[in-house]
Design a protein around this ligand. Structure first.
Ligand code: AMP
Ligand code: MG
Length: 486
């Protein structure tokens, strides 16, 4: 086979581009990276360094640390932060922005960004810092989502320091280098829209098209089509979240990517025991961002985005398209769930939909670990499933219907089982697992962060020594809510 030869470059050799700086200067500001004292590398990801053609010397990671700490600037790098607006818990905030994120430039379409690198023009009351705890959470979950094929930003590396940072208690400052094919948020459009500067709004849409939707470049009604595709991508993203039991926790419009990625990892959670009304964010008193509400909130956010696009195209058409969002999202969800259940979607979609609806009701009643349920089901281990249920009868009944549905499948059982095992992970990174890694890291032991990274990157196989993470979440850690503080 003729493999394309890629030349890796050292950190000093890498040159970045900065197209975002072509916008009017009211849409960004230059930032100075605030280096941390006594830094240490916690972890880095080889697969992300490859995306950047970046050569990292395993025995000498000093330069990588310097890159994250702003002591070594990439060629042509002009560190800057982006302004955006956003609806936070439904209330419009006219100016937010990268309050602690500093962009370093772009390599191969990947925008590099330091999070926790100090005050920027948009820090408001914040200190511009990120604590080790929240940085580990962002770092690990970016890679875990990627491992599950869920669209996401990525993370190259994480450093820590001994600089104190004051949250509910004193913690230490840390920086993550995260990368994304786009950092443009719904809230970025909201900021440009409120500036009443149609030309810039158009340029922003063109920028997004060039970077993430290049097939639309010369298409008629390209802005309308761009909006439609953002709706499609969001429908797919939220369908994946629902199917894998992921809750974002803070689905404000400033945390929604126009490229359809999961961005800004805060008080997120993977479902432990299934509970359709689960709220993972401790400060979300009304459950606006509960598991069950995620599709509707995504639609609400897309509606805010439609207002911005109304300056560029016919709003009626946008709203008409948005009206189909919940239906579209549900169809995507059904497709993924059918795969997780080993049912081919050509066959009798209506009865499959019924089976999935029945399953959700059953899971919600019987108190069972969501991931482990699918894990056992992939091996048709019905007894194990029933054993796990606090209430057995509803699950026994569902399994009966499921077995009937399987009879209509033409593939042999072992083939169905092996296909199911490819979409039902043995592991998801649950909050209690990440917390164990954080507790160790806060005592300078980074082994569990690095081991969880390996599990995150390859969640479909058993990891020796970590079998316990495949079982149900220990009761005391089940569905614990997290605060926004980070
Ligand atoms: P989030 O809820 O993390 O998406 O953050 C909402 C807004 O607050 C964003 O504009 C962040 O940049 C900003 N922010 C969060 N934490 C800090 C901090 N420690 N310092 C400065 N800005 C922050
Ligand atoms: Mg945010």
């Amino acid at each position: 086979m003729n493999k394309k030869q890629v030349t890796l470059k050292t950190i000093e050799e890498i040159e970045v581009s900065n197209d975002y700086l072509d916008f009017h200067s009211r849409y960004y500001s230059y930032s100075k990276i605030d280096s941390l004292p006594n830094t240490k590398l916690v972890s880095y990801t080889n697969s992300v360094s490859k995306l950047l053609n970046m050569q990292i010397d395993e025995d000498n990671d000093e330069k990588l640390v310097k890159l994250l700490n702003g002591e070594l600037l990439l060629k042509n790098s002009k560190p800057y932060s982006m302004v955006y607006a956003g609806h936070q818990f439904g209330h419009f905030v006219p100016q937010l922005g990268d309050g602690r994120a500093i962009n370093l430039g772009c390599i191969n379409g990947w925008h590099l960004q330091l999070k926790g690198a100090g005050l920027t023009k948009y820090s408001r009351q914040g200190d511009g810092k990120a604590v080790l705890r929240s940085s580990i959470r962002e770092y690990l979950m970016s890679e875990a989502m990627y491992g599950l094929n869920i669209p996401t930003t990525r993370a190259l590396a994480i450093i820590t320091s001994d600089e104190p940072v004051y949250r509910e208690k004193v913690e230490t400052a840390s920086i993550v280098l995260r990368v994304s094919k786009s950092w443009v948020r719904f809230g970025t459009f909201e900021y440009f829209y409120q500036s009443q500067d149609k030309q810039s709004l158009m340029e922003l849409a063109d920028f997004v098209i060039a970077e993430n939707f290049s097939h639309l470049k010369d298409v008629e009604d390209k802005y309308e089509k761009l909006y439609f595709e953002i709706v499609d991508k969001t429908a797919y993203l939220v369908a994946m979240w629902q199917a894998y039991g992921f809750m974002h926790g803070v689905m404000n419009t400033d945390n929604m990517s126009v490229a359809g990625f999961t961005i800004d990892y805060g008080p997120y959670a993977f479902m432990d025991n299934f509970d359709v009304n689960n709220i993972c964010n401790h400060t979300d008193y009304e459950g606006r961002y509960s598991y069950a509400n995620q599709p509707r909130v995504a639609q609400w956010n897309l509606d805010s985005l439609a207002t911005c696009f109304s300056a560029l195209c016919d709003e009626k058409k946008l709203v008409e398209y948005l009206d189909s969002f919940l239906h579209m999202q549900d169809n995507e969800y059904l497709k993924i769930m059918q795969k997780k259940l080993g049912l081919s979607h050509e066959l009798s979609s209506d009865s499959n939909r019924e089976l999935v609806t029945l399953l959700i009701g059953t899971l919600n009643t019987v108190n069972i670990d969501y991931t482990l349920f699918f894990n056992h089901l992939s091996h048709f281990e019905y007894e194990k499933v029933i054993d796990l249920c606090m209430f057995k009868k509803p699950m026994e009944e569902w399994i009966e219907s499921y077995q009937k549905a399987l009879e209509n499948e033409s593939l042999p059982k072992d083939e169905i089982s092996s296909q199911m095992q490819q979409v039902n992970p043995k592991y998801v990174l649950k909050n209690y697992m990440i917390q164990e890694a954080i507790d160790k890291a806060e005592n300078d032991d980074f082994t569990l962060v690095n081991d969880l990274l390996k599990i995150a990157q390859n969640p479909y196989v058993v990891h020796k020594g970590y079998e316990r993470y495949m079982y149900s979440t220990p009761q005391e850690f089940c569905n614990v809510q997290l605060s926004c503080s980070s």
